[in-house]
Design a protein around this ligand. Sequence first.
Ligand SMILES: NC(=O)c1ccc[n+]([C@@H]2O[C@H](COP(=O)([O-])OP(=O)(O)OC[C@H]3O[C@@H](n4cnc5c(N)ncnc54)[C@H](O)[C@@H]3O)[C@@H](O)[C@H]2O)c1
Length: 280
Amino acid sequence: MFNFFDNLHTGKKSNIAHLLNNPKFSLIIHDICTPIYLEVDGIFNLACPASPPKYQEDPIQTVKTCFIGSFNMLGMAKRLKIPILLASTSEIYGDPLMHPQKENYWGNVNTIGPRSCYDEGKRISETLFSDYKNQHKVDIRIARIFNTYGPRMSKKDGRVVSNFINQALLNKNIKIYGKSSKTRSFCYVSDLIDGLIKLFFKQKYHLPVNIGNPNETSIVMLAKKIIKLTESKSKIIYTKAVVDDPRKRKPDISIAKKVLKWEPSINLEQGLKKTIEYFI
Ligand SMILES: NC(=O)c1ccc[n+]([C@@H]2O[C@H](COP(=O)([O-])OP(=O)(O)OC[C@H]3O[C@@H](n4cnc5c(N)ncnc54)[C@H](O)[C@@H]3O)[C@@H](O)[C@H]2O)c1
C-alpha cells in the first residue's frame, strides 16, 4: 500500500489522477506539520514547496514544514522503526565557495534573506535527521537534490526551466536574472527518482548524498537550447539579479556513484524535449 500525504499547496491532484483508482494507492490530504498516526514500512519525506516564488509566499510555513514536518515524520519513523528519507537540497550549500560541491562542504548561506526559509529550513531538517539517527538510532537517508525538471512540473511555478519554456513557446523575451556566467546543473526527473529509490534501499549509509546531474550549463546556454528546441523567435534579455541567488551549482556525485552505483542517464537535450512536449 502506498500512502501519499500532500496538503496540495504546490501539488495538484491531476498529477496523480492515473493512480487514484489503484487499490494500492491512497491519497491523504494532510499537512505534515500536524502529527499523524499510521502504520507504514518506510517514509519518503519530500513535502516542501521547492520553487523560490512558492516557498517565499509563506516563509514561516516553509520553515514549519522543514522543521515541524520533519519532526513529525521522524517521530513516526522512530515509533515504527522504519527507514526515512529526506529530500534535502543543493541550496544547503548556499552561494558555494567550493566548486563542484562535495557533501563535506558546509555551505555559505544567509540566515536572514528571502531564500533563508528554504535554505536554512532544509539545513535544520538535515540536523534533525542526523540527531534522530544519533540519539534514537532512526534509520535515516539524506538526499541532497540538485535542480530537477521534467513533465508534470508545475507550468507556472516560477522556476527557470518552466519560465524559459513558457516564454519561448509564446515568443516572448527570455529573462535572465543577473549575469550571463550564472550556472546550474539540471537533472531529469526519472534520473532523480532512480537515485532516491537506490538511496532509500541502501542499507547502513546515513550521510548526505548529492543526487544531481554534474553536467553544468550556463543559464544562457539553457535559454539558447530551449529557443532552438521550441523553434522560438524569443530574444534573451538580462534583468536585475535576484537577492542571494547562487552564482554556480554543480554536484560532485562521486559518493552516489560509489555507494549507490547511480549516475544520471538522460542528457539536458533529451530531458528538455520531453519537458517541452508536456508544456505544449
Ligand atoms: N525540484 C527540485 O529541483 C528540487 C531540488 C532540491 C530539492 N527538492 C526537494 O524535493 C521535494 C519535492 O520537490 P518538488 O520540485 O516536487 O516541489 P513541489 O513544490 O513541486 O512539490 C512539493 C510537494 O509537497 C507538498 N507540500 C508542501 N508542503 C507540505 C506540507 N506541509 N504538508 C504536506 N505536503 C506539503 C506540495 O503540495 C507538493 O505536492 C521538496 O522537498 C524539495 O525541497 C527539489
